[in-house]
Design a protein around this ligand. Structure first.
Ligand code: NDP
Length: 392
């Protein structure tokens, strides 16, 4: 029996609330709060059980503190935007509330994707006797757990890690992103970075690609090297890792649109003066693009996200691939969202469930791979994200 405060009523927030309602023995009191209260109420109206809703500006610590003091949650699930991570962590410390998120903090004026701002809270969470779980989505999140599971069950030492994220779905729109467009485009247009020979190697965005043959009939797709935040924590916490890379598929159509938008400056986060007003081109572009939440009924096909891992077991080289396949339409039928929101929201609920039931515990700030992967792997199979492994 516990009280959970969910902040953010977007695509992911909606899935988290739906999934928490499926486990009332853990999540007995739920509040959904966001900047726009109407969005919380619209989600609440779809649920099988009653939840509370509230308006909060999560950039304002005082507003968060007032809300937490009145609702008294045991845990706050932050599925607003990465910009709000630190203010929500501050409020959690002030109110004695445990914390979970799905994306690392980013300053608004720099697309940085680094954990150091949140790792700096380690001592404060430890002293307060609280737990902060960082990156409990799919990637980061399940990919970190997959890697920890591989180390626990398959390898004595992991040498190479390739995280490969494929969205083989189609929403039929000329151009749309399947999660928050501003965050998505900042991520995709940032330089690629991977770990090799104990250092980071940086290459221009989307300049390295190769074909990868995805399982279960998805088939060969072009994957592009990118930087993704879980590489930073995994290279820190998985000993002996010689190479770590993150790859994602993009359709030619997506890349063509992105190239034009970049060339004309529409993806820039530098403010420009327009009609006496400062606007940020990428934020304006977000206002024009389809709301990712609206893609749910339109998106068909599947996602396939997994880890391809090479390493040593009993002195011999070995390869291991662990992945999940998720069907967009099945997600929509279950919770009214497409698979990208679903694959993020389900692990957020599972991380919360493990914290609230005391299966995952500790004081301080944790990345997913620092905790026992076994209970998380078990819950994935039970709550909608079954995984498979190929051992060679
Ligand atoms: P959306 O843009 O759909 O939703 C974000 C929600 O946060 C909106 O309801 C928005 O309110 C709310 N919000 C924004 N600013 C504030 C604020 N200052 N105070 C209160 N609420 C605020 O994003 P998604 O649901 O797609 O993504 C949510 C999070 O999940 C992001 O951090 C994203 O990076 C992360 N993510 C993680 C993935 C993973 O695998 N780890 C994959 C995909 C996403 P309003 O509606 O009023 O704008």
């Amino acid at each position: 029996m516990s009280r959970v405060l969910i902040i953010g009523a977007g695509g992911v927030g909606s899935v988290v609330v739906h999934k928490c309602c499926q486990v009332p023995e853990i999540f007995s009191e739920i509040m959904l709060a966001s900047r726009t209260r109407e969005k919380c109420d619209a989600i609440a109206a779809q649920l099988p059980i009653a939840i509370q809703t509230a308006r909060v500006d999560a950039d304002q610590v005082e507003e968060l503190v007032a809300l937490m003091q009145s609702f008294k949650p045991d845990l706050c699930i932050n599925v607003a935007l990465p910009y709000q991570d630190l203010t929500i962590m501050d409020a959690c410390l002030e109110c004695g509330v445990n914390y979970l998120d799905t994306a690392n903090y980013e300053p608004r004026d720099e697309a940085k994707f680094e954990y150091h701002w949140q790792w700096a809270y380690q001592e404060r969470f430890k002293e307060a006797g609280l737990m902060a779980l960082l990156g409990s989505g799919f990637d980061p999140g399940v990919t970190n757990v997959f890697t920890a599971w591989a180390l626990k069950t398959q390898f004595d030492e992991i040498r190479e890690l390739d995280i490969i994220d494929c969205n083989a779905g189609d929403h039929g729109q000329p151009f749309a992103t399947n999660f928050n467009p501003e965050i998505n485009i900042r991520e995709v247009t940032a330089p690629a970075r991977h770990w090799e020979d104990e250092q980071w190697v940086e290459t221009p965005a989307l300049s390295t690609s190769k074909d990868f043959d995805f399982p279960e009939g998805i088939g060969p797709r072009k994957i592009y090297l990118m930087y993704h935040e879980e590489l930073e924590s995994l290279t820190r916490h998985i000993p002996g890792l010689e190479k770590a890379r993150f790859w994602m598929t993009f359709s030619d159509n997506y890349l063509r649109h992105l190239e034009v938008l970049q060339n004309i400056g529409m993806t820039s986060i530098e403010p420009v003066e327009y009609n006496g007003q400062q606007i940020i081109p990428l934020q304006f572009l977000k206002a024009l693009l389809p709301d990712p939440g609206s893609l749910g009924p339109l998106t068909h096909g599947r996602t396939c996200i997994g880890c391809l891992i090479k390493g040593i077991k009993d002195g011999r080289e070995k390869e291991y691939y662990v992945y999940n396949i998720c069907d967009h339409q099945q997600c929509y039928e279950e919770v009214g969202a497409q698979a990208v929101s679903y694959t993020t929201g389900v692990p957020a609920m599972i991380g919360a469930m493990l914290m609230l039931s005391g299966v995952w515990s500790g004081h301080g700030v944790f990345n997913m791979e620092q905790l026992d992967p076994a209970p998380f792997m078990e819950k994935l199979n039970l709550h909608g994200l079954p995984w498979k492994e190929v051992i060679s």
